[in-house]
Ligand binder design. Structure first.
Ligand code: SF4
Ligand code: SF4
Length: 209
């Protein structure tokens, strides 16, 4: 086969490569030169993520898992992002409840033999209904709601109790318990951390029975 003579353009490229160095990079032996704006793998922000799980609902690849489990006598929720499944679509970043709980990094490679490196996890304590035991949400989620609505949080007993706890004030349970007859509906039930169903039932009993 006849070897074609190099064209002027190819000679020009060869000269440029000799003078400026190769166009290719030595990745993975050297870190690549990534521009700061590069939209790589998303990562949770430990402080700004409230562990609500909304990102798991919108992830088209099911790369975000929500796990609820017991630890040291308390229920916890873990949100786990799996980079081996993530398709870098950015839906989790666009739909994050706080808008800052998960952010893009400029990391684009997750090649590793260590599986723990392809996982990004955040966890928090779960708040349970004191009447029925159902999960309400995470502590961070309630705190975030209370922060957003400011002093109006004191209109909601669940948020009010959260605020009382932060301020080191005991809830008024005992006071109400002493006032009530045992056969009556207990008014202190309205001053408990309740799920929406129990809150509704408690107010209905309090106001209409
Ligand atoms: S970037 Fe897309 S695929 Fe990856 S975790 Fe977020 S929503 Fe899921
Ligand atoms: S705050 Fe954002 S990143 Fe954190 S769990 Fe909720 S939606 Fe996901």
């Amino acid at each position: 086969m006849r070897i074609r003579k190099p064209k002027i353009r190819e000679l020009g490229e060869a000269m440029r490569a000799i003078l400026k160095g190769p166009f290719t990079t030595k990745f993975p032996f050297e870190p690549p030169n990534i521009i700061p704006e590069y939209r790589g793998f998303p990562e949770f922000d430990e402080d700004k993520c409230i562990r609500c799980g909304a990102c798991a609902e919108v992830c088209p690849a099911n790369a975000i898992e929500v796990e609820e489990y017991e630890k040291d006598g308390k229920m916890n929720r873990k949100i786990r992002l799996r980079y081996d499944i993530c398709i870098l679509c950015g839906q989790c970043v666009s739909h994050c409840t706080t808008g800052k709980g998960i952010i893009y990094t400029n990391k684009y490679s997750k090649n590793t033999l260590d599986r723990s490196e392809i996982i990004n996890e955040v966890e928090d304590e779960l708040i349970l209904c004191e009447k029925c035991g159902k999960v309400i949400t995470t502590k961070k989620h309630l705190e975030w709601i209370a922060d957003r609505i400011g002093e109006k949080a004191f209109a909601n007993p669940t948020l009010m109790l959260l605020r009382y706890k932060e301020m080191g004030i005991s809830p008024p349970d005992e006071e109400f318990k002493n006032l009530k007859e045992p056969q009556e509906f207990l008014r202190e039930d309205t001053y408990k951390v309740l799920c929406p169903d129990c809150r509704r039932a408690a107010w209905m009993k309090e106001n209409f029975q």
